[in-house]
Design a protein around this ligand. Structure first.
Ligand SMILES: Cc1ncc(COP(=O)(O)O)c(C=O)c1O
Length: 421
């Protein structure tokens, strides 16, 4: 494409002139539609910190930051891999031992999987990026829960594709609104994202709901992206994968070492592509896309078999710690006037709602809370919620005494905030 000097490259963004050296390098339009509130908000927290207030970071779901330790046998597996010289590139779909372990894990959990349909990725995040890139064209639509984990909207923005949000209902424990979901399908719809257990709500879906979701996707020939990264973190035990209900459904399941294996910085995850022949072309397309980025970090892949086939004694301990924190969180929040919070069933997040004064947004509340108390949460509109509805997300991984302090600060602040208006 030829460009005339002085003609804007993109509407209203950047102008190319003869004296190009004086101009900023132009950026792509999609940057303007890409946002990631969980990290964007940190800029504001740094300012608060620079002004002398201690910031309590409840924005990122990283258990290691709060003292939870990566199991030593996983560290040993990575260390051994490095010492044994596994420091070169690996196969783009992942090393055989890791893929076999993923297949064995899914099969044991009721979703039969062969190793050639398992891929190792740089976290769940890269898996989702690869799959959406392989399956959704620009202009394509993907059904995404509201609230959503913002990775989905970020990746879809990159692809010039569209997220269509289906509501989930806080008054029913954040269950999906199936009628709303059904009303959103168009000929451009390509996929259905199901985050179960859910971030940011902590919900998991009962069998009846899961069945309806499966039937709906089947009826419209949609692939299901089953984000099951919190599957091992149900407070009363692991949550079954969606694929168990129908191993022949067009489901691609995702998980990683980040949450239930306490190694988010390793950026190591996996996907399992369901056995149905309807997904064969998709599998080939995903593998082709995976070739383009060579491979995910090789030494860390050696921890996958150690994790999935080895000792998991850290998990019941972690689940119990989460259950205690969830109970403190829900009780403290629901005791605050103007605040309500549905109880989570898994994971380490809740999405409470504060009844905002007219004209205020969730971001106003979260920023005011941060500036007054140093407590950093993420506003609900960063997860796709309407800004006036007053939702925000809390990561409740801090120790119970720290949580008690945090909720004390939040209660005092919220009382004043709501009284002032
Ligand atoms: C629902 C959900 N999906 C995916 C991810 C990304 O995880 P990973 O570290 O495996 O890329 C997260 C991380 O918080 C998440 O909450």
């Amino acid at each position: 494409m030829s460009r005339r000097p002085g003609r804007p490259l993109y509407s209203g963004d950047v102008t190319i002139s003869k004296s190009a050296s004086a101009q900023a390098i132009p950026i792509a339009h999609r940057v303007n539609t890409f946002s990631y509130a969980i990290r964007n908000i940190v800029g504001e927290a740094l300012k608060v910190e620079a002004a002398g207030t201690r910031v309590r970071y409840l924005n990122v779901g990283d258990p290691n930051v709060f003292g939870f330790k990566t199991p030593p046998h996983l560290i040993a597996a990575v260390e051994r891999a490095m010492r044994d010289g596994h420091n070169g590139y690996g196969p783009s779909a992942g090393i055989a031992a890791a893929r076999e372990a993923v297949a064995a894990e899914l099969t044991a959990n009721g979703f039969p999987m062969s190793a050639d349909r398992a891929l190792i990725t740089a976290g769940t995040s890269e898996g989702i990026d690869l799959v959406l890139s392989a399956l959704v064209d620009g202009g394509g639509e993907v059904l995404v829960p509201m609230p959503t984990y913002p990775l989905y909207t970020a990746v879809l923005a990159k692809l010039d594709a569209r997220a269509k949000f289906y509501r989930t209902d806080p008054s029913r424990g954040w269950q999906p609104d199936l009628d709303h979901l059904k009303s959103l399908v168009t000929p451009a719809t390509r996929a259905l994202v199901i985050i179960d257990p859910n971030n940011p709500t902590g919900a998991t879906y009962p069998t009846s709901t899961r069945r309806e979701l499966l039937e709906f996707a089947d009826r419209h020939n949609l692939v299901i992206l089953a984000d099951e990264v919190y599957g091992d973190l149900g407070y009363d035990g692991p949550i079954e994968p969606l694929g168990k209900l129908d191993p022949d459904a067009a489901i691609i399941t995702f998980s990683s070492l980040s949450k239930a294996y306490l190694a988010p910085g390793w950026r190591t995850g996996w996907m399992g592509v369901g056995r149905t022949p309807r997904l064969d072309t998709a599998l080939a397309a995903i593998k082709k896309m995976a070739d383009g980025r060579l491979c995910s970090t090789v030494p860390m892949q050696y921890a996958v078999a150690a994790a999935l086939l080895g000792d998991r004694s850290h998990q019941p301990i972690f689940r119990a710690e989460l259950k205690t924190r969830a109970a403190i969180t829900v009780k403290s929040l629901n005791a605050m006037p103007g605040m309500s919070c549905a109880a989570p069933i898994a994971g380490f997040y809740v999405m409470p709602q504060v009844t905002l004064p007219p004209g205020r947004t969730d971001e106003d509340y979260v920023l005011a809370l941060l500036r007054a108390t140093g407590v950093l949460c993420v506003y609900g509109s960063g997860f796709g919620m309407p800004a006036a509805d007053g939702f925000f997300r809390i990561v409740f991984l801090a120790p119970p005494d720290e949580l008690a302090t945090i909720y004390g600060l939040m209660a005092d602040f919220t009382k004043q905030y709501l009284a002032k208006e």
